[in-house]
Design a protein around this ligand. Structure first.
Ligand SMILES: *[C@@H]1O[C@H](CO)[C@@H](O)[C@H](O)[C@H]1NC(C)=O
Ligand SMILES: *[C@@H]1O[C@H](CO)[C@@H](O)[C@H](O)[C@H]1NC(C)=O
Ligand SMILES: *[C@@H]1O[C@H](CO)[C@@H](O)[C@H](O)[C@H]1NC(C)=O
Ligand SMILES: *[C@@H]1O[C@H](CO)[C@@H](O)[C@H](O)[C@H]1NC(C)=O
Ligand SMILES: *[C@@H]1O[C@H](CO)[C@@H](O)[C@H](O)[C@H]1NC(C)=O
Length: 470
């Protein structure tokens, strides 16, 4: 329209100059001329009309959305393009921005019409889950490739005796608990699933292998089991799984594509943007720093601070967070380690921020839940632990990275609308699903991971009988 208005300007100048005598007619003529010109201009330069006709022909409501934008459907590219160019993480998916701008807490992903579930319940469907869980508990069988204690790689392949600790404890905990559980079968013919028992975290520290040797080790391991046993070849590995918490695991399968593409990968780095992770096939292992018992004053603690984050500033998202909120009195963001106890902040804050860092993992989510703090997840597009079962909208807040400047408003709206009490009470209920126990307790992290495996268990097995192979 810039062009058309300057043209109009030109024409009106000419008319004014050439028709001094028709002084009174000028306004009317000009108005008529202008209207005609605008109509002609729109008709000849715009594809508005032609577009509309195709929209109407295609009877799908989605095709008309661009021409009749509603706040729900403002696509991301309406936001600053230079932002989205920085990282692919900013580009795709749902836009929660428009909703949070209107002050809705915990924005629903779809309009009210598309919203089927009750956002206040911890489970998507508790009854279905309970029934199916019992069925799993009765019937699931897992076969683990056997290794002797004198195997040169026993340290990598057998479970640890000690209590697992540290950031990658989930990997060791799972194997340790699984091996003693009633899911284990010695009879591979009755197994639903096959466990590949290598530990990525231990391979990394094994001098014979190390970070550089992991890919070759995995390739050789798969080659070994697929020659020695018939089970891998029956499904191309689709009924096999491994468990890894260390982020090295995301590239560990690069020389074993069947594992990457067919097997179920249970990993802490469950981002859609990591090439090694395949959404829906693979599943998230929660990263949990093991802690005993409950923190003191878990229930009685006064959560005075609005929100808290401390950690390394190793990603554009964290840089943005610190830039925006570093001087704020209600949102406390800290670069690096705290001088005061970490637990005090987690117990003293209403919301605890989990911000995508250099790697994607869920350690801070586990921490927040343990300390009864409502997790705020600022990272786009990754699988959250047990998302097939737990309704994350009922005990966390998911904020897109673009909404960092709106963070305070989003969180305050939640408090003002009394939604906080609901979120926090569900946090207290969700806690037990994020704890490891050996032996396991019903519905703890171990059982929940096994349930996620159970949901992925079906696969067609090719018969590899002798008649077929000759
Ligand atoms: C987009 O961001 C750039 C730099 O971050 C800024 O100069 C520009 O004004 C922004 N544009 C819009 C439309 O917000
Ligand atoms: C699952 O199985 C274990 C071991 O048999 C049993 O102790 C537990 O009560 C079962 N849980 C449920 C919910 O059925
Ligand atoms: C594969 O089998 C060979 C021969 O038994 C053995 O030397 C090697 O250590 C095995 N490699 C792995 C990764 O299991
Ligand atoms: C499985 O398939 C591989 C590759 O096709 C083959 O080399 C191997 O012998 C097969 N394993 C068995 C047990 O037949
Ligand atoms: C934070 O405070 C410092 C020092 O007072 C100031 O230079 C900086 O601009 C402030 N940053 C923000 C985001 O307000």
């Amino acid at each position: 329209m810039v062009r058309s208005s300057s043209l109009l300007h030109y024409y009106s100048q000419r008319r004014v100059a050439s028709s001094l005598r028709g002084f009174f007619f000028i306004p009317t003529t000009l108005a008529l001329f202008t209207s005609l010109f605008i109509l002609f201009h729109i008709y000849s330069t715009s594809n508005l009309f032609t577009h509309y006709s195709t929209h109407f022909k295609s009877s799908s409501p989605f095709f008309t959305t661009p021409s009749t934008p509603t706040p729900h459907f403002v696509p991301f590219f309406h936001n600053n393009a230079s932002d989205s160019a920085k990282s692919p993480t900013f580009q795709l998916g749902y836009d929660l921005r428009s909703q949070s701008q209107r002050g809705l807490p915990l924005p629903p992903r779809f309009s009210s019409k598309g919203e089927f579930e009750n956002n206040n319940d911890l489970f998507h469907d508790r009854d279905i889950f309970m029934e199916d869980y019992k069925e799993m508990n009765r019937s699931l069988k897992i076969y683990v490739y056997p290794h002797r204690t004198d195997d040169p790689f026993a340290n990598v392949l057998l479970p640890v005796e000690s209590e697992p600790g540290g950031n990658y404890a989930s990997e060791s905990y799972f194997k340790k608990v699984l091996m003693k559980s009633h899911f284990i079968t010695k009879d591979p013919t009755e197994a639903n699933l096959f466990f590949l028992p290598f530990s990525i975290a231990r391979l990394r520290h094994d001098r014979r292998v190390g970070v550089r040797g992991i890919q070759d080790f995995i390739r050789d391991y798969i080659q070994n089991i697929s020659h020695k046993y018939p089970y891998w070849n029956r499904t191309g590995g689709a009924d096999h799984f491994y468990v890894a918490c260390h982020s090295i695991g995301r590239s560990a399968m690069d020389k074993a594509p069947d594992v990457k593409f067919n097997a179920i990968q249970v990993v802490c780095s469950s981002s859609y943007f990591l090439t090694g992770y395949i959404a829906h096939k693979d599943t998230c292992l929660p990263q949990i720093w093991p802690r005993k018992g409950n923190p003191p004053n878990l229930v009685s603690s006064k959560r005075k601070r609005l929100a808290f984050f401390a950690g390394g500033v190793n990603s554009p998202v964290r840089v943005k967070l610190l830039e925006t909120w570093k001087n704020d009195s209600e949102i406390f963001v800290h670069h690096g380690r705290l001088k005061t106890p970490y637990a005090d902040e987690l117990l003293g804050s209403k919301f605890c921020l989990h911000v995508k860092g250099f790697e994607v993992n869920t350690a801070r989510i586990g921490d927040s839940l343990y300390y009864g703090c409502v997790p705020v997840i600022i990272a786009n597009y990754y699988d959250l632990p047990f998302a097939d079962v737990l309704n994350w909208k009922s005990f966390s807040v998911v904020v897109t990275t673009l909404d960092i400047p709106l963070l305070k408003k989003i969180l305050k709206d939640i408090i003002n609308s009394n939604k906080y009490m609901m979120l926090q009470s569900n946090v207290m209920k969700a806690r037990k699903h994020f704890q490891w126990h050996s032996p396991p307790l019903d519905f703890d992290a171990f059982y929940m991971v096994v349930y996620e495996l159970w949901l992925r268990r079906s696969s067609i097995r090719n018969s590899l009988g002798d008649s077929l192979r000759v």
